[in-house]
Design a protein around this ligand. Structure first.
Ligand code: PMP
Length: 428
């Protein structure tokens, strides 16, 4: 498989952008080697600039649940472009997207649209602090909530992959209001609240972690978190940027039947265009400017193109209800990977919730960052490249979940398992 054009473009990119990229996760730091430069996506496939085809399991890191270039999304975007791309003023599309979000996400009574998941989490914790009058925020090691200063402490995703979970540039003053705890440990959470009585504004968390690989919550963990937050007057901030509209229509809050106070969203809610959202209890959301006094704003927020793609995506998901089928397909992939690993005598553990899946090169269940950190990331990297050579594009880090879309056919899944079978043999 030649990637000479990719190589030439990336060589130039390294002079133009730091590390040659506009976001670190795509730099292939977790697998060694050079990123592939893409030209086109359609359905379940990506095509690189050298004309190679790959079955895509990154899906732009989550948004592309309908596959690339879904006809409904494409049509909605064309219609929106014809009317103008940004007004910085109210539009009816914002109502439509807000209505859909409120209808689909069980706990969301009011919502504010922003431009990324990072903006959503940044704004949600500001709101939690403004609402409660408290400063401290709890987060969990290996959870990633975007590049918000105060949340870049023990962060997952590229921060973990590239070895900077605590980024330089985050001041000690900022980090001191962030309490980091191990995930999936309700006792540790209870103790943190006891040590910090009346100081904690909120707990932000991934209800199914995707950013240290896929790590599901242990049974009862989210319920315990809900109870502890309520008992201590702190807000439960469920970061559903990845899980929202993914693990179930109504996200993890629907799947696990837990009601957070605030929810952050992104990725699927914009159907592949830049968007984020945060929402929740109306009495809390009412504190945001201009209804209340907590400041938050955005020139491009509620952008006509982003809302058009978001509406088309959520409406299509509503019509299709693809979740049982996604679950089935991803389970087939999971079982195929496990069997292929076993046949090759490779130690592998998988974790999956719906269409989010991670094959961990690890010998036991991965429940928190301490366990995730013990994975054989070198072997994962080799496995990744063997798959690439066979036209399969898995996440370029052990610490990212893979995503299956409605565009992946049974044949794609079967081909992927075949490729994995050969790849596992190669990385023995
Ligand atoms: N929260 C979670 C759970 C995420 O997975 C991400 C991005 N991977 C973010 C927040 C940040 O979103 P964005 O990259 O759109 O800023």
């Amino acid at each position: 498989m030649s990637r000479s054009k990719s190589h030439a473009i990336f060589a130039r990119a390294k002079h133009l952008m730091p590390g040659g990229v506009n976001s670190p996760a795509r730099a292939f730091g977790g697998v060694g080697g050079e990123p592939i430069v893409f030209e086109r996506g359609e359905g379940a496939y990506l095509y690189d600039v050298d004309g190679n085809q790959y079955i895509d399991y990154i899906g732009s890191w989550g948004p592309m649940i309908l596959g690339h270039l879904h006809p409904k999304v494409k049509e909605a975007l064309h219609a929106a472009v014809d009317q103008g791309t940004s007004f910085g003023a109210p539009t009816e599309r914002e109502n439509k997207l807000a209505e859909l979000i409120i209808e689909i996400m069980p706990s969301v009574e009011q919502v504010r649209l922003v431009n990324s998941g990072t903006e959503a989490t940044m704004s949600a914790i500001r709101l939690a602090r403004g609402f409660t009058g408290r400063d401290k925020i709890i987060k969990f090691a290996g959870n990633y909530h975007g590049h918000v200063d105060s949340l870049l402490v023990a962060a997952g995703s590229a921060a973990a992959t590239l070895g900077v979970p605590n980024s330089p540039g985050v001041t000690a003053g900022t980090a001191q209001d962030t309490i980091v705890l191990p995930y999936n440990n309700a006792d540790a959470l209870q103790e943190a609240f006891e040590r910090n009585k009346d100081l904690i504004a909120g707990v932000i968390f991934e209800p199914v972690v995707g950013n240290m690989g896929c790590v599901p919550p242990l049974p009862g963990y989210l319920q315990a978190m809900r109870e502890i937050c309520t008992n201590n007057g702190a807000l439960m901030i469920m970061d559903e940027v990845m899980t929202g509209f993914r693990v179930a229509a109504g996200g993890a809050q629907q799947l696990y039947n837990v009601t957070p106070d605030l929810t952050t969203m992104g990725k699927i809610v914009g159907g592949g265009l830049p968007i984020g959202a945060y929402g929740g209890r109306a009495d809390i959301m009412g504190h945001i400017l201009p209804a209340g006094e907590v400041f938050q704003a955005g020139t491009l927020s509620g952008n006509p193109l982003a809302t058009a793609a978001g509406i088309a995506t959520l409406q299509t998901l509503k019509e299709l209800n693809p979740y049982p089928e996604l679950d089935q397909k991803t389970q087939t992939l999971e079982e195929g990977l496990l069997k292929a690993a076993q046949d090759a005598n490779i130690t592998l553990t998988t974790a999956r919730v719906g269409s989010m899946l991670t094959p961990f090169f690890h010998d036991g269940p991965v429940r928190n960052w301490d366990a995730a950190a013990q994975c054989d990331t070198k072997r994962y990297g080799k496995f990744f490249w063997e798959l690439i050579e066979r036209g399969v594009y898995f996440p370029c880090s052990q610490y990212e979940a893979l995503f299956v879309s409605i565009a992946h056919t049974d044949d794609d899944i079967a081909k992927t398992i075949d490729a994995a079978q050969e790849a596992f043999q190669k990385v023995r």
